[in-house]
Ligand binder design. Structure first.
Ligand SMILES: Cc1ncc(COP(=O)(O)O)c(C=O)c1O
Length: 423
């Protein structure tokens, strides 16, 4: 008889709430605004490039660093955005999705006992990535806008407004970001053992876009403590309402200590392709490549060809502006649907998620609300507690995804309106 015992490093990983929510949503025939992926097709010209690459027999292993054409397209994208001249030979590495870039980077940089600063809530892979490397997470809370989690008066008959106040970490004279962190809490999270800080902007699940002042504060601490930043910027093209995405790698002194992570999944609505890349100084790419060569070694050749075509094409054909405009419409549509259903929303500056305030409706937890929403209303959302290491003392919110067709959002809206009265 084999011992049915997993290694300690994975023994604490249960099935994620996403699997539970997805299964419940299928069972109940719910409109799924839970998991973050589009229910519409990616651009035809990109799909055609993949089909053509397969037909042209570009189907064998590519170089483990990534296809030169794709690395050049990434460098051209950085140049076009005005971020930096990047050397595609040594400063760009392709892997299987942003997820693998981050996993490989953490494996490459974190020794057992090293500490990693992570803002909480966080994209759910970060914690297991650190735990599997034997690292120690140091969590810093992002707080919702002041005034959130106020109970919503039942039957007030009004459309629910945005919740917009508060932002102590934004800095004077800057656009306030509604989600904020305490600068002293961040300072206190650094120690002589700190090796890495994992940053995500625009941020999942809150929709926060870090301000220049916040990024400068983070950069100053990382320079002072000689800490590397892994900056997950997969939503960099999804910013709204005047927010500006600023890559932390472009701040003074940060290029040499930052690995910027992106992927074609979100930007080209092709999440199943899992083509990601890391951009940073040569020493960080060497470290990343050292780990990546023993994880997947290399990533699907024809999809890399198509990812290169996507990045090249987007610089020429106005794709990014159209992409943002379409998403701004989806954002507006879902927000008004939620308001009509009596759910106040927090402002989304970036990403394709809206956080709705579910306080005052008689639910003890966000998971309880989301289970009820699926079974009784027929709409799936994600409980943000899934993005915290410790689910105590959380605001009562639910995360809705607007990477959906207008008809999907309207169908969800109809169901939500019919369930307007709280339990
Ligand atoms: C913040 C963040 N990083 C990374 C990913 C995953 O990217 P990829 O599919 O390229 O691995 C996601 C997907 O939801 C995400 O929200």
């Amino acid at each position: 008889m084999p011992h049915h015992r997993s290694a300690a490093r994975v023994s604490s990983f249960g099935t994620s709430i996403f699997a539970e929510i997805s299964a419940l949503a299928v069972q109940a025939g719910a409109v799924n605004l839970g998991q973050g992926f589009p229910d519409f097709a990616g651009p035809a010209w990109v799909k055609e490039a993949a089909a053509a690459a397969i037909a042209a027999d570009l189907n064998q292993y590519p170089p483990y660093q990534g296809l030169p054409r794709l690395r050049e397209a990434v460098a051209a994208t950085w140049r076009a955005h005005g971020w930096r001249e990047v050397d595609p030979a040594h400063e760009v590495t392709v892997a299987s999705g942003a997820t693998e870039v981050i996993f490989a980077a953490v494996q490459a940089l974190v020794d057992p006992g090293d500490e990693v600063v992570i803002f909480e809530p966080f994209y759910d892979a970060y914690l297991p990535d650190v735990v599997m490397a034997g690292g120690v997470p140091r969590l810093v809370r992002l707080h919702p806008p002041v005034g959130v989690a106020r109970p919503l008066a039942p039957d007030d008959g009004q459309s629910a407004p945005d919740v917009t106040e508060g932002s102590p970490s934004a800095g004077a004279g800057q656009r306030p970001s509604p989600w904020w962190f305490d600068p002293d809490a961040l300072r206190a999270a650094f120690s002589p053992r700190t090796r890495l800080l994992l940053l995500n902007t625009p941020h999942n699940p809150t929709g926060k876009v870090y301000t220049r002042a916040e990024l400068e504060l983070i950069a100053g601490l990382c320079i002072e403590h000689d800490v590397v930043v892994v900056a997950d910027e997969v939503y960099d093209q999804l910013v709204f309402d005047g927010a500006t995405h600023l890559p932390i790698a472009t701040l003074p002194g940060m290029w040499e200590r930052t690995l910027t992570v992106n992927s074609t999944g979100k930007t080209f609505s092709l999440t199943g392709w899992k083509i990601g890349y890391g951009v940073g100084p040569r020493w960080l790419n060497d470290a990343l490549r050292a780990a990546h060569q023993w994880i997947t070694f290399s990533t699907a050749t024809p999809l890399q060809v198509a990812a290169a075509a996507a990045l090249e094409g987007a610089l020429e054909n106005g794709y990014y502006a159209q992409f943002r405009a379409e998403y701004a419409e989806r954002y507006g549509l879902l927000r008004s649907m939620l308001h009509e259903a009596g759910l106040p929303t927090l402002p989304t500056e970036g990403s394709y998620f809206i956080m709705a305030d579910i306080a005052g409706r008689g639910f003890r937890s966000d998971a309880e609300f989301c289970r009820w929403l699926i079974s009784e209303v027929g709409v799936a959302a994600i409980p943000p507690s899934a993005f915290y290491a410790n689910a105590s003392d959380l605001p009562l919110l639910a995360r809705f995804c607007f990477a959906k067709r207008p008809e999907t959002l309207r169908a969800a809206g109809e169901r939500l309106r019919s369930a307007r009265t709280p339990r």
